[in-house]
Design a protein around this ligand. Sequence first.
Ligand code: CAA
Length: 297
Amino acid sequence: MASIGSVTRSLISKTILNPGRIAVVHNTGFIKFYSAAPNYENIKIDVVGSKKNVGLIQLNRPKALNALCKPLIEEVGKAVKDFDADDKIAGIILTGNEKAFAAGADIKEMQNNTYSGCQKTGFLAEWEIITNCGKPLIAAVNGFALGGGCELAMLCDIIYAGENAKFGQPEIAIGTIPGAGGTQRLPRYVGKSKAMEIVLTGNFFTAQEAEKMGLVSKVFPVDKLLEETIKLAEKIGTHSPLIVKMAKQAVNQAFETTLKSGLLYEKSLFYGTFATDDRKEGMTAFVEKRPPNFKNE
Ligand code: CAA
């Protein structure tokens, strides 16, 4: 198995990590992460990939297993929003470290919450901004993805996992229930019986089980996960960003509506592609047997 150092060197030599932006070297336990954004306290961000068109957000509270305190989620929201607004970025990866993607909402932060306080402040409302991202959001999960950590992965569009990933919704064991989408998204991904079992027992499940259930697309060796996730984002980045956005909207609609209205929504987006230059370019390039040159128009 490759060492963390050799993985880092290999990523840099393949320009998957962007050496031009190296400012500070931090050893996070997963990869030596090269951050160009020292302003964040709970996350690190970078732009990676051979075309430097993939936004990378690493949760960075390793001592608390990346527990999702409010400032951390606010920083993730800001980073996602900034990458979403950046025309050079094709997709965004959310990751943690080798031990934890995130072990849930911060229990110490919410220990003394009250019902009225939650209502008044709209507890967890800051998560919403992440769900508004128009670009593909991909979770690369190593280690624990529990409670809010599992929910954060589930609000991404695609989940890739390392072989050591452990998922679960253990809120029941601390006297509460999932509160960032777990009771709603999990059954949509894995069906009622499995979701009910996971939520009511609080049991953890492995990456392999998550893949079998359809929660995770693919499982990789721990030290290959980030590299493979970057490759996925790069592949998506070869297509028209405009059409990728429309495709994401169409698939997401399947989770929001009936089949009939979803099909109508799909049809109107499909027809909509015919109003774009990129649709014309894509089909013309196919007929002329050349690669397309998409303009995001
Ligand atoms: N919130 C706050 N701190 C956490 C945390 C969390 N969710 N998970 C772990 N930590 C902290 C621990 O308190 C500990 O800190 P100290 O060193 O200061 O004591 C540190 O991270 C390391 O954790 P452990 O010593 O417990 O590590 P471990 O390897 O023995 O166990 C674990 C790992 C099984 C993940 C265990 O930490 C655990 O069960 N964590 C809580 C998981 C959980 O219940 N998550 C759901 C939270 S509620 C929620 O998420 C609500 C929602 O839907 C939004």
